[in-house]
Design a protein around this ligand. Structure first.
Ligand code: TXA
Ligand code: MG
Length: 312
């Protein structure tokens, strides 16, 4: 059920139920992190493997940083610069009753984020517990950026807190703070350059060495095939019935696609991409054709998702 009743959602979370809620990245599927039973409901709903850790969410930066006894100085700098916002930090886990083993998939690390979305903050502020939340989609599927997308995934099985669609539209930048320098595990709206500028440290680029669902080769997939290209000239060589395909990209094209979305900025691309994938599915398009942006800024995160979504 989609609701605007925030008190009802806080009550549901408190008693151990699952509540989906908006954040500036994508919508999350939340449950209290200190309750194994509540957390299990998330894994069951998502059909997600039990050893894939969940990100914890809270409203307060100091509370977030107190989640671990091992917080390096550069992580405090990152928190001061980019929280509240689309960034998740991974720390070594200490002894902490507020975090169940189930929430972190039995790992010895913990991921935490302080979101900026106004509705998320209103939900999290009164909570005396961390809210563990993966993206509110079935495992491997496209992340939701509106309450309606979540409804499409889970229907009336859960409470869905309504709110402004996710402004950013791509999942958070995940930064491991386990080493001497920050290590980017998943690119997002907070870019490598911003991390370098804030901390003075060159981020380590991870080669998928950590097993997390967002770093699996195949992920974030629409139900129909996705083909990527760089330059519009390449469209001549892609043999498919364009009248049954959906096009998203930065360049104009004269081909008459069944659906066409020409975006003017990378931010707009990120904001609209997942919604476009879902619309293409609903309109029974046979294929999605997507232009890869240049690999810089948030273009890196868009390309990361396009690569995973197009993997066969
Ligand atoms: O923007 C986001 O991050 C959204 C919103 C709801 O916060 N959440 C999200 O969650 O994308 P999820 O579960 O779909 O993706 C989170 C990724 C997963 O790949 C998970 O394995 C990884 O973060 N992760 C969480 N905790 C971790 C940890 N302790 N160590 C390594 N990876 C972790
Ligand atoms: Mg996800």
């Amino acid at each position: 059920m989609i609701t605007n009743d925030i008190d009802l959602c806080i009550e549901a979370l408190t008693k151990g139920d699952v509540v989906a809620f908006p954040t500036e990245t994508v919508f999350g599927l939340g449950a209290r992190a200190d309750s194994p039973l509540a957390v299990k409901k998330i894994f069951d709903l998502k059909q997600r493997p039990n050893d894939h850790p969940l990100i914890l969410h809270c409203a307060n930066i100091d509370v977030a940083l107190a989640v671990s006894p091992h917080v390096p100085d550069y992580a405090r700098v990152l928190a001061a610069n980019f929280w509240p916002g689309p960034m998740t930090l991974i720390f070594k886990r200490g002894v902490n009753d507020a975090i169940s083993d189930e929430a972190v998939g039995g790992h010895s690390s913990v991921g935490i984020r302080v979101p900026s979305h106004e509705t998320a903050r209103r939900l999290l502020e009164p909570c005396s517990f961390f809210v563990a939340a993966p993206s509110a989609n079935k495992f491997g599927r496209v992340s939701p950026t509106t309450a309606h997308h979540v409804y499409e995934e889970f229907g009336d099985e859960i409470l869905i807190l309504d709110g402004e669609p996710s402004q950013c539209g791509l999942e958070s930048t995940i930064i491991s703070c386990l080493e001497e320098s920050p290590e980017i595990l998943r690119p997002g709206a907070i870019t490598e350059k911003e991390i370098l500028n804030a901390t003075g440290l060159e981020p380590i680029k991870s080669e998928n060495k950590v097993v997390v669902s967002g770093s699996l080769e195949k992920h974030y997939q629409p139900d129909i095939p996705l083909i990527t290209f760089n330059n519009v000239n390449e469209l001549n060589e892609i043999s498919l019935d364009k009248s049954k395909a959906a096009y998203i990209g930065l360049a104009e094209t004269d081909y008459s696609f069944s659906m066409k979305l020409v975006v003017s900025t990378y931010d707009q691309y990120a904001h609209e991409m997942y919604n476009f994938f879902r619309e293409a599915e609903k309109n029974n398009c046979e294929t999605i054709v997507a232009q890869c942006p240049i690999n810089e800024g948030i273009g890196i995160a868009i390309n990361d998702r396009l690569t995973k979504a197009s993997k066969k």
